[in-house]
Each structure stands twice: as structure tokens, then as C-alpha cells.
Design a protein around this ligand. Structure first.
Ligand SMILES: Cc1cc2nc3c(=O)[nH]c(=O)nc-3n(C[C@H](O)[C@H](O)[C@H](O)COP(=O)(O)OP(=O)(O)OC[C@H]3O[C@@H](n4cnc5c(N)ncnc54)[C@H](O)[C@@H]3O)c2cc1C
Length: 454
């Protein structure tokens, strides 16, 4: 079937004058994008390859920089209900149980908004902010096509050209813009930028969840990091503390496929943490099952947008999990995108996507680099334990830079001459924060970017 016929048979019907967006990928980034775009008045539809939206049993930590955005979607009580709030008492420890420092879990104002979220719960919460008929599981994007204005004129006469996505099931979606939120192995990334090579971190992560009743002495409502040379473990609560999420980082024997995951061996995991203090070995002793991941990131991409197509989330900035920011940054992307597109006309879309890219790159390039650096810090690479501990005591500068940020306060997201955002006081009146200003470090190559951590 040729693309034009497929379109006429399977099109997503365009209604009224509202801008339309096709979001490819129904993960945390894709659903956050659809929710933020819906709030901004854009008609956003999500296309997810899986037959049902869901996730493996693992958690992510979300912090003040994304929680303040999710609150604006009216999701505060849903997060309180299903999240595992973490606060005071959160601590970094050496592997032998020596206390190193408190973990910062608030923004600089003291706002305590950090939650462990089961990934399935977070998807569920985000879905509440999207009209039910706009989510289309069972749609695996396989191709993308956009015409130039003159190609459009030849084919269809006057009008703003609109991009199309073709799916494996034969459907085709057309919209004013397409967002590739299709993860680290993005199928649409090749339509934006050239080949980018995954960089192996040398570590794998074992992840899983444990019924907290099995470790009754484990303190409630805290985030803990236990660090030995070359390996560390992170534990935080999910589902109001009924579950504990563990992520254990160990050196890999050899390279594996990017973001590859498979069932892991609990005994091998326990063996890797022999010699750690009793709370850790006790917790690992209760584990029946775990998955493991090969951990990769990529250097910042040359481009995030091409015409009416833009990348978002891991498709744009795959990062190591050592600052717990991949999902948080995807949510920031979503709100930046929505702010850039709010009240935009179809003809303004390419410029709005460029503004989104410019603002986001300045921040995610720095977060990507610091995620690598924090992993080296936790694993004591090229440092003494004392040196590592001193860096962690000082880590508040970096954490404050991350948590204080409000992406909707970025004035450059708004079109310079449009006088837009009149309907959204939050976008109009909130002044750029000092930390947002700090983020304006300019896009630089990965190697020479400013590293804010000590
Ligand atoms: C061990 C580990 C721990 C982590 N911990 C944290 C943490 O504590 N905090 C945090 O913020 N982040 C954390 N992260 C990172 C976080 O999980 C990711 O950054 C985040 O999930 C990215 O979301 P995304 O929507 O961009 O991509 P994904 O979650 O990968 O979603 C992509 C979606 O697109 C779909 N898709 C793919 N291809 C297609 C296609 N062709 N057509 C249609 N659909 C498609 C996929 O099925 C999937 O649903 C961690 C990551 C790892 C590996």
C-alpha cells in the first residue's frame, strides 16, 4: 500500500484548529509529553508498540524538579497515594556501615517531594492526565516521512506540510508534529541525526522489588546508598512503603547489549556484596528474583529535531542512572515541549521544536555528564574513600541545581514576538530561578561541558 493510500485508509482524524501531535512511545517520557501537551491545548495521541502499557517490576525515584511539574497536571494526590515518599534520615554509607552524609531529598527551600515510584504506577498516574481514547497500544512505528512545503504543494496543493508515521500493523498517523519518545533504541532517531554509538559503562545493574515486611528492621521512608569499591547498592520505598526497590551496581565481566535486561541470579548478586554490612546482606538474603541491565549511555547527540520531528527522553539523552534523573529529565522535556508549543500555529512548529531543543540541551548535556561522574564517585574510581566521602558531603550544590529547577520558568521557550501563553499565568509570570539561570551554561561538547559537582 502506498503511503498516501495508507493515510487515507488509516488516518487519525484532524479536528478543528487545534495543533495535533503524534507521540511515539508510551513510556514515562511519552505519556508525560502527551499529558503536558494536552494541558497546553494540543491534541496529542500516543502510539505504543506493546499490546498493553506496562513495565517490569522496578522503581524509579522522582524528585522535586519533576514532581512540581506533575502537580500542575493535578496528580499530587495520586503520587502521594501510590508513591513511596522519602525524606529525613536518607543516608550515604560506606560498605561497612560507616555513615558518610545525609542524602538531599528536598529542594533548597526545603520542599520534600521525592518519591520512589513503581514504574507501572507512574505510567498509570500519567495516563490519568490523558484522554483514554488518545492512547493506542499495539502500534510499532517503523518509518517516518515529512515533506517540504514545495513537495506538499505538488502533492496536495497549498497547506502546511504534515509529517507521517507508519506502523508495523499498516496504520499511518499524520499530525502537525511527531515526538519520538521511543526510548534508548529509538527507531525514529535516524530521521533526526546520524549514527550515535552507545558507550558501555563497565557496570550492570541488578534491580527488583521486595516486600518490606521481609526486612522489618529496614528504616521506612528513606533513600539509602551503600558504597564499596567498584559496587554500590541503592534502596528506596515504593507503594507507601509496602515495597522496597533495590538497584545494585556491579562491574560487568564483558560488554552486553545496550539496555539489555534479563532475569539475574540472586545468588550471584549476594556473592557480589559479600563483606557489606549486615543490613545490606540481610536485605539481599531475602531476594527471590531480580533482573539485570547492561548500563550504557551515549555522547550528547548532534541534533534533537528535524522539521516537525523531535526526540524526547531516552531517545534524545540516554544517561546512566547514577543521579536517578533519566525519567525526571524526560518529564522536564515534556513540559518544555508543551510550553514551546502552547498557542503555536501549525506553521510555527519547527521553530518551537528548535526552542525546545535549545533549552533542553543546555541542561541534559550537564546532567548526562554528571550522571557518569556520580557513578565513578559512588564506586570510588580514581579516588580514596575519604576523597569520595568529602565529595558526597559537598554534593548539595549539584543536587540543588537539579531539584530547584523549574523548566516552565525558561523564558526562551516562549516565541519571542508572539505574546503567547496569555492563557497560562504559570508560564507567563513565574520568574526564571537562579538555578535556571545556572543551567544556561550553553551547549558544549560532552568533554568540555561545565561540571557543577565538586
Ligand atoms: C537501572 C536503572 C535505574 C534507573 N533509575 C532511575 C531513577 O531512579 N530515576 C529516574 O529518573 N530515572 C531512572 N532510570 C532511567 C529511566 O528509567 C529512563 O530514563 C526513562 O524510563 C526514560 O523514559 P522514556 O519514556 O524516554 O523511555 P522508555 O521508558 O524506554 O520508553 C520508551 C517506550 O517506547 C516504546 N517504543 C520503543 N520503540 C517503539 C516503536 N518503534 N514504536 C512504538 N513504541 C515504541 C517502548 O515500548 C517504551 O514503552 C533508571 C534506568 C535504569 C536502567
Amino acid at each position: 500500500m502506498d503511503a498516501d493510500r495508507a493515510w487515507s485508509n488509516n488516518s487519525v482524524v484532524r479536528t478543528g484548529e487545534r495543533l495535533t501531535a503524534a507521540v511515539i512511545g508510551g513510556g514515562i517520557g511519552g505519556l508525560a509529553a502527551a499529558a503536558a501537551l494536552t494541558r497546553a491545548g494540543v491534541e496529542a495521541s500516543v502510539y505504543e508498540q506493546a499490546p498493553v502499557l506496562g513495565e517490569v517490576g522496578a522503581g524509579v525515584l522522582i524528585g522535586p524538579n519533576s514532581v512540581r511539574l506533575l502537580h500542575r497536571l493535578g496528580l499530587a494526590s495520586a503520587i502521594d497515594e501510590v508513591g513511596g515518599w522519602v525524606g529525613e534520615g536518607s543516608t550515604y554509607y560506606r560498605h561497612d556501615g560507616t555513615r558518610v552524609a545525609s542524602v538531599m531529598t528536598t529542594d533548597s527551600s526545603g520542599w520534600a517531594a521525592m518519591y520512589g515510584m513503581h514504574r507501572a504506577d507512574l505510567l498509570d498516574v500519567l495516563r490519568r492526565a490523558i484522554p483514554a481514547d488518545r492512547v493506542h497500544p499495539g502500534h510499532r512505528a517503523v518509518s517516518f516521512d515529512q515533506r517540504t512545503a514545495s513537495e506538499q504543494k505538488t502533492a496536495f496543493g497549498e497547506g502546511t506540510p504534515r509529517p507521517r508515521v507508519s506502523f508495523e500493523n499498516g496504520a499511518v498517523a499524520e499530525a502537525d508534529l511527531v515526538i519520538a519518545a521511543d526510548g534508548i533504541h529509538s527507531a525514529l532517531r535516524r530521521f533526526v541525526t546520524g549514527q550515535s554509538t552507545p558507550v558501555f559503562s563497565g557496570s550492570v545493574a541488578y534491580r527488583g522489588v521486595l516486600d518490606s515486611a521481609r526486612v522489618p528492621d529496614w528504616p521506612a521512608r528513606v533513600f539509602q546508598v551503600w558504597m564499596g569499591r567498584g559496587r554500590h547498592i541503592i534502596v528506596f520505598p515504593l507503594r507507601a512503603g509496602r515495597l522496597l526497590n533495590f538497584v545494585c551496581f556491579v562491574p560487568a565481566d564483558g560488554e552486553m547489549r545496550e539496555s539489555w535486561s534479563a532475569p539475574g541470579d540472586p545468588d550471584a548478586l549476594r556473592a557480589a556484596f559479600e563483606g557489606f554490612a549486615a543490613p545490606v546482606t540481610g536485605l539481599l538474603g531475602q531476594i527471590d528474583s531480580t533482573f539485570w541491565w547492561g548500563l550504557y549511555d551515549r555522547e550528547p547527540l548532534a541534533e534533537w529535531t528535524s522539521g516537525r520531528l523531535a526526540l524526547l527522553g531516552d531517545a534524545a539523552h540516554p544517561m546512566l542512572p547514577h543521579l536517578g534523573q533519566g525519567a525526571n529529565q524526560s518529564i522536564e522535556d515534556a513540559f518544555a515541549l508543551a510550553a514551546a508549543l502552547k498557542d503555536a500555529a501549525a506553521a510555527d512548529v519547527p521553530a518551537a521544536l528548535r526552542r525546545y531543543t535549545q533549552v533542553r540541551r543546555r541542561r541534559t548535556d550537564v546532567v548526562q555528564a554528571n550522571s557518569r561522574r556520580n557513578g565513578e564517585r559512588y564506586d570510588q574510581v580514581n579516588r580514596t574513600a575519604d576523597g569520595r566521602d568529602r565529595e558526597l558531603i559537598d554534593a548539595r550544590t549539584l543536587r540543588a541545581w537539579i531539584y530547584d529547577y523549574d523548566v516552565e520558568a525558561e523564558p526562551e521557550l516562549i516565541a519571542p514576538t508572539s505574546g503567547l501563553h496569555s492563557g497560562c499565568p504559570e508560564l507567563r509570570s513565574r520568574p526564571a530561578t537562579a538555578t535556571a539561570a545556572a543551567a544556561r551554561a550553553g551547549t558544549r561538547p560532552h568533554t568540555s561541558m561545565p561540571v557543577l559537582a565538586p
